[in-house]
Design a binder for this molecule. Structure first.
Ligand code: PMV
Length: 335
């Protein structure tokens, strides 16, 4: 009957890139200038829960609610959703994070991934994770990597229509079950320059940007994929840290310059290098997205050494770290 409410609920995880996506060759389709690679984090700590529903009883306008707040719906963003035209019933989307959205964590990635899958499920569209990743990419580039678990690459693709620009699993989480991520929320303030704006400033003004995209990232993608296959933490860590640094260098090289890291971020960088030097092997790797918060990767056997030391030193009152959001996360395969 037309009283029915049709409903689908799903969750999606957060991913943190170790080879960063930065720069669009097509802004409308969200096609990147370089490939990227990320690690999908456990949904026990960070995930988006989304319910999509439709009903003839709903008011005519489609609605989107995020963490209890009604959101503007951009028609272009709705048009990209999996075949919504199959239904003429008004759509209602309710989405909730189990972590503070304001924390500057990669909430848009999990959000768009969950949205796309919830809508595909609502209309019973039999789409694979790869196909859904192509759609999620258009909402937020990094979202395409949240439709798979473990170690996920987003290939730039070559086609102008973006049909070959999608995510693929490099290795499942179970391939390297010792991997952990520690998230340090250095500041919960909203980021300085939103990623789309920052990217395009870098694309148009930084000379270093071209060098990174053409000469640096392709070799790093191959090298980190080999390190993941070999479970070589030393190589994985060095590439991860260097790529975070190169990405932030292209931001500094933008005009006007863009600063995402702050003094506490830099203290975390020094601390990780100090720990690795003191231990005599690489036990920790930092990476920073478009904000000051640190993600530190390590292996479970080094938990006390890495998480213990970082918490003790950065947690000390003089460090400037606001805390107390402190997480250690196992990596899992997304459903
Ligand atoms: O997906 P966006 O538009 O939020 O951009 C994400 C950019 C970085 O987080 C800095 C890098 C990445 O690959 O996730």
């Amino acid at each position: 009957s037309n009283q029915s409410v049709y409903r689908a609920t799903t969750t999606a995880p957060v991913n943190i890139a170790v080879i960063k996506y930065w720069g669009k060759r097509d802004v409308t389709l969200n096609l990147p200038t370089n490939s990227s690679l990320s690690v999908t984090l456990s949904q026990r700590s960070l995930r988006t829960l989304t319910t999509a529903s439709c009903s003839a009883n709903y008011p005519a306008e489609d609605t989107l609610n995020l963490n209890g707040q009604p959101q503007e719906i951009h028609p272009s963003r709705m048009a990209m959703l999996p075949s919504p035209k199959l239904s003429t019933l008004p759509l209602r989307i309710v989405s909730e994070n189990n972590f503070p959205t304001a924390a500057g964590l990669a909430s848009s990635a999990a959000g768009f991934a969950a949205l796309v899958r919830a809508v595909a499920d609502l209309y019973s569209l039999p789409q694979s994770a790869r196909e859904l990743s192509r759609i999620a990419r258009q909402g937020s580039g990094s979202a395409c990597r949240s439709l798979m678990g473990g170690y996920v690459a987003w290939r730039t693709g070559e086609l102008a229509d973006g049909s070959d620009s999608l995510a693929e699993e490099v290795a499942p989480a179970a391939h390297w079950p010792e991997m952990r991520a520690l998230i340090l929320v250095v500041s919960a303030e909203k980021k300085d320059v939103p990623s789309t704006e920052g990217m395009q400033t870098t694309v148009h003004t930084s000379d270093l940007f071209d060098h990174r995209a053409k000469n640096v990232v392709p070799e790093r993608m191959a090298a980190i994929e080999a390190a993941i296959q070999a479970r070589d933490f030393h190589k994985f860590a060095e590439i991860t840290m260097r790529d975070s640094n190169t990405f932030h260098a292209t931001c500094l090289d933008s005009w006007p310059p863009i600063f995402y890291m702050n003094d506490v971020s830099r203290a975390a960088v020094r601390l990780v290098h100090d720990i690795n030097r003191a231990v005599g092997r690489t036990v920790a790797a930092y990476t920073f997205d478009a904000g000051p918060n640190a993600v530190i990767y390590y292996e479970e056997k080094d938990e006390a050494l890495v998480a213990g030391t970082v918490k003790a030193i950065l947690g000390a009152s003089a460090s400037g770290w606001e805390g107390p959001f402190y997480e250690k996360l196992a990596n899992v395969t997304a459903p």
